[in-house]
Design a protein around this ligand. Structure first.
Ligand code: NAD
Ligand code: UDX
Length: 457
């Protein structure tokens, strides 16, 4: 039986960093070591300038770092020293070969599994933290057990449900923790070791144990269901615009039905982020590979609807700005895929910006935390792109504003002042429905919300 004292996490990203920092904070009796092959990321974790922006993260890291939490690039030594290893490396959508555009790219994950098998000198519990296709643990076990040494490995699946922007709150107070294991004596013992860690701060009834395949599949399904709600309400936003219904009134009316619930019914320019699209595509690919074409088509529609919502947003801009954007300057207000993060992966702002550039508009991008990531996302784009952190300066001489991220600071801006500095007629397309549209209309703007009547002058 493996007794755990030293815990390693491979992958110091959006999941590995915050997850281990919170565990270290809550479990001072264990040692936590987070490793990554990316030296600059590790340097940032060891500095005052953390590599990711997440409310509350800095305080947690400052308290635990140097006590029972350390960051390094010494992956192999980390593996040797640990009894439990979380694998939290990236698992993006495959861009080449079989399954390109749908299947998960498991190369980082497999390299990690092989490396663990190679360098381990004692038995270990290996925990899948990354989101992986169902039955990946089987492959993980086979790679680990193919080592010739006289040591054993137990593989657990412990998918992470945190959302960016609220990661620390989600980790401190999760709806549930899910741990899948093999239903053998040693599998259940390994599972108990991980349950013991979570029980330090999570109520026992919230720690769910399951068979390993259910745990792996549940993560993909949770993301698919959440994204499906956003696509469902977004499909209705198009119908609202055509019928003079108001999507916010519809959301409220259906969301107050306790069987439906109010969350994830906010209509928007579309969902973004590193998880939803990738995980649904992964589910689609798995369904297809089991010959379940109807199941695959059903879930693919969630993504088709999301693409349509982004396309519809740009078409609305073109149509209402007299069918031409050439030579017009447009402010992209917000570039992150959601508020309270600097993450721009799969942000709808990327699609919208690229389409506007194709129309020969010039764009200026303003975001409180995502300007550096925006520069990387758009580095290969042709056309005029400027970046400006000050929204007032950014709006000067613009023909239109496209609001892409629901940063609360954008609600507090002085839109009368902004209007004055813009080219008239001035347009505002609120891709997140966060502004007071009546007020902004009074100031002089032509306002185009999502799923609600436009207010024009
Ligand atoms: P990320 O890209 O931010 O971090 C992954 C890290 O792993 C990178 O820093 C990379 O350098 C490192 N890495 C890759 N190969 C390595 C190796 N061989 N050795 C050491 N380090 C290596 O990714 P993320 O957003 O943290 O996501 C990680 C996993 O968690 C993914 O499977 C994702 O689907 C899942 N997940 C993400 C979120 C989220 O909100 N971002 C939420 C839940 C689950
Ligand atoms: C998601 C899941 O919520 C989380 O449980 C999982 O672990 C990782 O994937 P994340 O991508 O960080 O988290 O953010 P989330 O809050 O789910 O938002 C995803 C996208 O949907 C964002 O672009 C957000 O703006 C959009 N969204 C969300 C809407 O457009 N409307 C809503 O009502 C909710």
């Amino acid at each position: 039986m493996i007794k755990v004292k030293n815990i390693l996490c491979i992958g110091a990203g959006y999941v590995g960093g915050p997850t281990m920092a919170v565990m270290a904070l809550k479990c001072p009796q264990y040692n936590f070591h987070i490793v990554d092959i990316n030296q600059s990321r590790i340097d940032a974790w060891n500095s005052d300038n953390l590599p990711i922006f997440e409310p509350g993260l800095e305080e947690v890291v400052k308290e635990a770092r140097g006590r029972n939490l350390k960051f390094s690039t010494d992956v192999e030594q980390g593996v040797k020293d640990a009894e439990m290893i979380f694998v939290s490396v990236n698992t993006p959508t495959k861009t080449f070969g079989l399954g390109a555009g749908e299947a998960a790219d498991l190369q980082y994950w497999e390299k990690t599994a092989r490396m663990i098998a190679e360098v381990s000198e004692s038995s270990k519990i290996v925990v899948e933290k990354s989101t992986l296709p169902v039955r990946t643990a089987e492959a993980m076990s086979r790679i680990l057990k193919s080592n010739s040494k006289d040591i054993s490995f137990e593989v657990l699946s412990n998918p992470e449900f945190l959302a960016e922007g609220t990661a620390i709150q989600d980790l401190l107070n999760p709806d549930r923790v899910l741990i899948g294991s093999e239903q053998t004596k040693s599998g259940l013992q390994a599972c108990q070791e991980l349950v013991n860690i979570y029980k330090e701060w999570v109520a026992a009834e919230k720690v769910l144990t399951a068979n390993i395949w259910s745990a792996e599949l549940s993560k993909l399904v949770a993301n698919a269901f959440l994204a499906q709600r956003v696509s469902s309400i977004n499909s209705i936003s198009a119908l609202c615009e055509a019928t003079e219904a108001n999507v916010e009134e519809v959301s409220l009316a259906i969301g107050t039905d306790t069987r439906i619930g109010s969350k994830f019914l906010k209509s928007s320019v579309g969902f973004g982020g590193s998880c939803f699209k990738k995980d649904i595509l992964n589910l689609v690919y798995i369904a297809q590979s089991y010959g379940l074409q109807e199941v695959a088509d059903y879930w693919r529609q969630v993504i088709i609807m999301n693409d349509y919502q982004q396309e519809r947003f740009v078409l609305k801009m073109i149509k209402n700005m007299f069918n031409t954007l050439a030579g017009k300057k447009i402010l992209i207000l917000g570039f992150a895929f959601k508020a309270n993060t600097g993450d721009t992966r799969e942000s709808p702002a990327i699609y919208v910006t690229k389409k506007l550039l194709e129309e020969h508009a010039s764009v200026i991008i303003c975001d409180p935390k995502a300007i550096e990531s925006a520069k990387i996302e758009l580095k290969d784009c042709k056309g005029t792109i400027e970046y400006e952190i000050d929204p007032y300066k950014a709006a000067e001489e613009c023909h239109a504003i496209a609001l892409m991220t629901e940063w609360s600071s954008f609600k507090l801006l002085d839109y009368a002042k902004i209007y004055k500095s813009m080219v008239k007629p001035a347009f505002l397309f609120d891709g997140r429905n966060i502004l007071d549209h009546q007020e902004i209309h009074k100031v002089g703007f032509n306002v185009y919300p999502i799923g609600k009547e436009a207010l024009t002058n």
